[in-house]
Design a protein around this ligand. Structure first.
Ligand SMILES: Cc1ncc(COP(=O)(O)O)c(C=O)c1O
Length: 337
C-alpha cells in the first residue's frame, strides 16, 4: 500500500529540476559572502518580498530566532499571538537564546491580534511585535494586508519593529491573489520557508533592510548558522522561487476538495469555508485525535494531531488530486462506524 503523507508540507521531496540545480550549483564560502548561488537566492528573495536584502538560514526557527536577536535586545518583550509558531513551538529557544520575554495575546481563529490588545500590552520593555501569515495553528488562515496594517500602524507610532513569520507567506499571497510585497510592505522583517510548500529539502530566508540583514548575518553566525558552501541547497531555493510559487494554488484546490469531502465523514467535523490554503484542521467528534490518527495510519494515510481534539492534514508538492481522492476513500473505510 502506498503511503499518502499528509502530516506536513515539510515532507515534500525536491523536484527533479531542484535535484539537477543542486548537482550543478556553483559554490563558494558563504562565510566570506562568496557563494554565488546563495547570493543569487538572497537577492531573489529580497526582490520577491520587496526588501533591500535577505539572509539564507537553515530553518524557519533559525530565521525567527535571528530576527528576535537582531531586533530585540536582552530581556525585551516580544508581543505575539498565543497560537503563533514562535510562541507555541519556538518559545523556549527564544527565551533561552535571545533572552526575550514572550508577551502572548489571544489571537482569533484567523490568527489575528486585536489592535486594542496590542496597544494595551505595550510597555517600556516592549522590543518587538510579531505576526504569522499564514497561521499554522489556525489551519493556514490568511492575514490580509489590512490585518497587517492594523498592527503595523501601532508599531510605527511607537517606533517598534514588526516581524512577520511568513513561513507560508506565498500561500497567503496566492490565496489573496495579491503581490507578496503588499503583505510585507509594512513589516520591518519577514522570514519564510523554502522547505514547506515550496518543496525544498532545507532552508529559509530572513528579509529586511540592509542594516537589519547585516546585523542578522552576525547573529546567524553566532547561533552556528554559517553554512559555508551552501549553494548546494540554495540552488533548490532558486528553482522554488522561480517555479513553485504559482503551483501552491494546486495545493489549495486539493485542500479545498479534501475539506469538502471530509465534512461528510462521520466522526469528523470540518468547516470547508475555513480552509483557505493548504492546511485542514478536522475536529474529532468521536474519541481522541490519536485514535483517528492510528486508524488512518493503518490505511496508509498519515496525519498529525495538533491537540487531543483535532487532526491536521496538509496538502503539498507530491500530493496529487488522485492521492486526495484515494486518501478520502481510505478515510471513509478507516473511520466507518
Ligand atoms: C508558521 C511557522 N513558522 C516557523 C516554522 C519553523 O520552520 P522550521 O521547521 O523550518 O524550523 C514553522 C514550521 O512548521 C511554521 O509553521
Amino acid at each position: 500500500m502506498d503511503i499518502i503523507d499528509l502530516r506536513s508540507d515539510t515532507v515534500t521531496k525536491p523536484s527533479p529540476a531542484m535535484r539537477r540545480a543542486m548537482y550543478r550549483a556553483e559554490v563558494g564560502d558563504d562565510g566570506f559572502g562568496e557563494d554565488p548561488t546563495v547570493n543569487r537566492l538572497e537577492e531573489l528573495a529580497a526582490a520577491k518580498l520587496g526588501k533591500e536584502a535577505a539572509l539564507f538560514t537553515a530553518s524557519g526557527t533559525m530565521s525567527n530566532l535571528v530576527a528576535v536577536l537582531t531586533h530585540c535586545q536582552e530581556n525585551k518583550e516580544v508581543i505575539l499571538g498565543a497560537g503563533a509558531h514562535m510562541s507555541y513551538n519556538e518559545g523556549e529557544g527564544l527565551s533561552a537564546l535571545a533572552r526575550a520575554v514572550l508577551r502572548t495575546l489571544p489571537n482569533d481563529s484567523c490568527g489575528r491580534l486585536s489592535p486594542q490588545d496590542v496597544e494595551k500590552a505595550l510597555a517600556p520593555q516592549t522590543g518587538l511585535i510579531a505576526l504569522e501569515n499564514t497561521h499554522n495553528r489556525c489551519g493556514g488562515a490568511v492575514l490580509t494586508t489590512a490585518d497587517i496594517e492594523d498592527v503595523a500602524r501601532i508599531a510605527r507610532r511607537h517606533g517598534l519593529p514588526l516581524h512577520l513569520d511568513g513561513a507560508r507567506i506565498f500561500n497567503a499571497a496566492i490565496y489573496l491573489g495579491t503581490e507578496p510585497t503588499l503583505l510585507t510592505k509594512h513589516v520591518s522583517s519577514v522570514s519564510f520557508c523554502l522547505s514547506k510548500g515550496l518543496a525544498c529539502p532545507v532552508g529559509s530566508l530572513l528579509c529586511g533592510n540592509k542594516d537589519f540583514v547585516a546585523g542578522a548575518r552576525r547573529y546567524r553566525k553566532m547561533v552556528g548558522g554559517g553554512m559555508r558552501q551552501v549553494g548546494i541547497i540554495a540552488a533548490a531555493g532558486i528553482v522554488a522561487l522561480e517555479t513553485e510559487i504559482e503551483r501552491l494554488a494546486e495545493d489549495h484546490a486539493n485542500a479545498a476538495l479534501l475539506a469538502q469531502e471530509l465534512a461528510e465523514v462521520k466522526g469528523l467535523k470540518v468547516d470547508p469555508a475555513a480552509v483557505q490554503t493548504n492546511i485542514i484542521m478536522a475536529e474529532v467528534t468521536d474519541g481522541k485525535s490519536t485514535e483517528v490518527r492510528g486508524k488512518l495510519a493503518s490505511y496508509g494515510v498519515l496525519v498529525t494531531c495538533p491537540d487531543e481534539a483535532r487532526v491536521r492534514l496538509v496538502t503539498h508538492y507530491g500530493i496529487s488530486r488522485r492521492d486526495v481522492t484515494e486518501a478520502l476513500k481510505r478515510t471513509n473505510k478507516a473511520l466507518k462506524p
